[in-house]
Design a protein around this ligand. Sequence first.
Ligand SMILES: Cc1ncc(COP(=O)(O)O)c(C=O)c1O
Length: 350
Amino acid sequence: MTYLRPNIASMKGYVPGFQPDDVASWIKLNTNENPYPPSTKVVEAILAELGSDGASLRTYPSASSQRLREVAGELYGFDPSWIIMANGSDEVLNNLIRACAGEGQDVGYVHPSYSYYSTLAEIQGAAVCTYGLTDSYKVEAFPEYYNGKIFFLTTPNSPLGFAFPLDYIEELARNCAGLLVIDEAYADFADQNALQLVKKYDNVVVTRTFSKSYALAGMRLGLAIARPEIIAALDKIRDHYNLDRLAQAACVAALQDQTYFRESCRKIIETREWFTMELNAIGYSVVPSQGNFVFASPPDKNGKRVYDGLFERNILVRLLSDPLLAHGLRISIGTRKEMETTLAAINKIG
Ligand SMILES: Cc1ncc(COP(=O)(O)O)c(C=O)c1O
């Protein structure tokens, strides 16, 4: 006998990337975190919010994170009513499914991309359908009209790193009966983003995270931009105090220090381009990346061999369990020095 819903009892659950306890003894390139710290203004804002005795923690934070919606709205060119803040973008991805897809209804996404969509849909009892990629990075066999409740499009794609062209995303938006959720977790490292499509199509939602480009994975911060009626529905579903006080203070400060943010992204992009060139020079094939990581395959297409060699040298990268991706590794872009060490190790491993 089980007290659980059958779909929960039978589901596998998502396995996040390994987070070692002794993080300082690793070059950690497995979960696309930012190698640079957040802006010093972020640290100052957290300390100011905390105060000397932590008394501010006695009271609940702003339930709506209104100040953040205003600051983000101004930055991205949207009225605050088009923005919702989230406890990591994972929270808002979950709530989008809860808002739109009931038992047995279709939720779709591209494989390979972020497989957590599948876990979230399974929890909801929704039916998951995945679509592969063609050689030219289009969605394989995407129907002329997709009747599902939500389609998730990760762009730039993770783990591969390419971005879908805007006119192609627009075509998909027109061909979706339900929401097209454009997961732009890595868009700050890309040449373009799809924000303009939110204004143009009423079924388009863009999600962003502060875990990568803003170096705030440990604070759990994300957001979604969509029509006010969608935002209002998401507001009904979320935990009423979904962002704690310190996270709200940190996020305002992070958004306001665009100079630091841009410089941090610039360094990562520059290192990404250098690392790609160096890997190509030693015979690795690398998908040209628009994210803060690259997907790279050694000449013998044996990702596990290189993963093991790097692991022995305390360099942690991502080997994906899917056989479709076993020929390569997803390697996050660290500091230039970390990537030089990684490259030297790869050279030794062969
Ligand atoms: C494509 C994609 N979407 C969403 C997330 C989750 O981000 P967050 O840390 O904001 O929950 C990740 C994290 O790796 C990701 O790769």
